[in-house]
Design a protein around this ligand. Structure first.
Ligand code: OAD
Length: 242
């Protein structure tokens, strides 16, 4: 494992132009459950009901049931060493961009500047009637909460059956096809289009490095079987040693 960290750090320094694709696994060490692990969110709630755009239109209380608590405790979740390590790699001039599927805002909270949240953010909440914006954790009581105009409030996140925000998607494709190294961290790589970004990077000549206790991306060039906090901190240390 020691040798692997050295190899990866050398690649990052030599090739630079690194993009990170992150999923729920990087926030697991911040106490936020992942989706598909045992005891994960989709183990308890069927995503096609609780995170479906069509169901939201008929009964928004279902989505608020699974997201209301997070939104009301928004300020209490903190980044972990994995998030901070990516922010440090950006400051060192190695990491160009973070593409995240996470809606928890922790990359930005850790200090990463160039972040694309392709599934949106739980921080921003909009009234479906008048468009007024609310910022988590400041939302009215109730699941669902209602705007002062009486409209239903919806977090600015992508539900199943909705398109990804176009600009974010274009950035994700552009960054993935132009990077020279890609770190794929804590994602089961099953939800499209995020799941296809590592392949896009590879097709364009990038070296793909996966960090995940359970291998998810079959054709990674290097695989670090470790939790994100430990692995990414270690990579930063190796880069510093040079
Ligand atoms: P998943 O729950 O599908 O996968 C989480 C991954 O993180 C798994 O591969 C775990 O092995 C790994 N993991 C767990 N703990 C880890 C740790 N400490 N360090 C590193 N890896 C760890 O989550 P995502 O792949 O993010 O979309 O799910 C993708 C999308 O599916 C989500 O954005 C969400 C969900 O449905 C929408 O809701 C639109």
């Amino acid at each position: 494992m020691d040798a692997l960290y050295k190899v990866v750090a050398e690649l990052l320094v030599k090739l630079g132009s690194c993009v990170a694709l992150t999923g729920a696994g990087i926030s697991a060490e911040s106490g936020i459950p992942t989706f598909r692990s045992q005891g994960g969110l989709w183990d308890k709630y069927d995503p096609m009901v609780y995170a479906s755009a069509e169901v939201f239109r008929q009964d928004p209380s279902k989505y608020w049931l699974i997201r209301g608590e997070f939104i009301r405790n928004y300020g209490s979740y903190q980044p972990n060493p994995g998030h901070y390590a990516l922010a440090a790699l950006e400051k060192m001039g190695i990491l160009e961009h973070v593409i995240t599927q996470n809606i928890d805002g922790l990359h930005k909270k850790a200090g990463s500047q160039r972040v694309t949240e392709i599934h949106g953010s739980l921080r921003e909440i909009y009234c479906q009637s008048c468009g007024k914006e609310y910022l988590a954790p400041h939302v009215p009581e109730g699941d669902p909460p209602f705007c002062e105009c009486g409209g239903v409030l919806k977090p600015n996140t992508v539900l199943f059956g909705e398109q990804l925000p176009r600009e974010a998607l274009e950035t994700a494709y552009q960054e993935s096809s132009s990077c020279r190294t890609m770190l794929v961290i804590g994602t089961s790589a099953v939800v499209q289009p995020a799941a296809s970004l590592p392949s896009l990077a590879k097709q364009n000549g990038a070296i793909v490095i996966e960090v995940n206790p359970e291998k998810a991306f079959a054709t990674a060039d290097h695989y670090i079987a470790e939790k994100a906090g430990k692995a990414l901190s270690r990579i930063v240390e190796e880069v510093k040693i040079g």
